[in-house]
Design a protein around this ligand. Structure first.
Ligand code: SAM
Length: 216
């Protein structure tokens, strides 16, 4: 089978993003410039421009690019935010957030993934991400409150500690539901008195797991 040229692959990548509803020009520009191939290694490297999740180390996945784009868009970033991401994985989503916000804290339960992501951020000269090994379901109290929180693993409900670490007016985007069924992507906005919940779309994520990874 004839392989498309890198330029054709990139065009198809951008076409997939637009056709799945990513309309924000800044997000499209960042996703065009930041090559997903940096974050996908080994046998899957030549599929980096496919709009599909791919395996990474520790039995985890790098999310589908259009889902990364839609979650980023749902955060309504202006460039000034302090963002918490739960679930660093490959570091791809954090790297995109870093180009659209002031500072990103990203927490991952697998030490090996954090070390790989840190090395990539350094190689790409990205200096506004702090990657931390930890159980992100507790958030990051020492850096709270956050303007935005993005959870990239599915919780049964929006985790209470994360809701508590959101600023008033802040936004959290989180997949909610059982891990073996289709989940719903939820946007939570913290109001002066309580929270507003919006259901965005069906998604499928690996589960948010308590505690640190033991296999690395
Ligand atoms: N955002 C990632 C990327 O851009 O590659 C993809 C994330 S992957 C779909 C979900 C990640 O969440 C996995 O790496 C998994 O280890 C992590 N995770 C699951 N439960 C966690 C927890 N309680 N705290 C921190 N990370 C967690």
């Amino acid at each position: 089978m004839m392989m498309n040229s890198p330029a054709e692959q990139k065009m198809q990548f951008l076409f997939a993003l637009r056709s799945k509803g990513i309309t924000d020009a800044k997000i499209l520009t960042v996703m065009e410039k930041l090559d997903r191939a940096h974050f996908v290694t080994g046998v899957f490297a030549d599929r980096a421009n496919d709009d599909t999740p791919l395996p990474i180390a520790c039995g985890q996945t790098i999310s589908q690019p259009s889902v990364v784009g839609l979650m980023t868009q749902a955060l309504k970033l202006t460039g000034r935010e302090k963002v918490l991401e739960v679930g660093t994985g490959s570091g791809y989503q954090a790297a995109i957030l870093s180009q659209l916000s002031r500072r990103v804290y990203t927490v991952e339960r697998h030490k090996r993934l954090v070390h790989t992501a840190r090395a990539l951020f350094e190689a790409l000269s990205i200096t506004n991400i702090m990657a931390i090994v930890g159980d992100g379901s507790h958030g990051l109290p020492e850096q709270a409150p956050f303007d935005r929180i993005l959870v990239t693993a599915a919780a049964e409900d929006p985790p209470g500690p994360l809701l508590a670490q959101l600023k008033i007016g802040g936004i959290m985007v989180v997949p909610v539901g059982q891990s073996d069924t289709v989940q719903r992507l939820i946007r939570v906005t913290r109001l002066e008195t309580g929270f507003d919940y919006e259901e965005l779309r069906p998604v499928r994520f690996v589960p948010l797991v308590e505690g640190l990874g033991t296999d690395d």
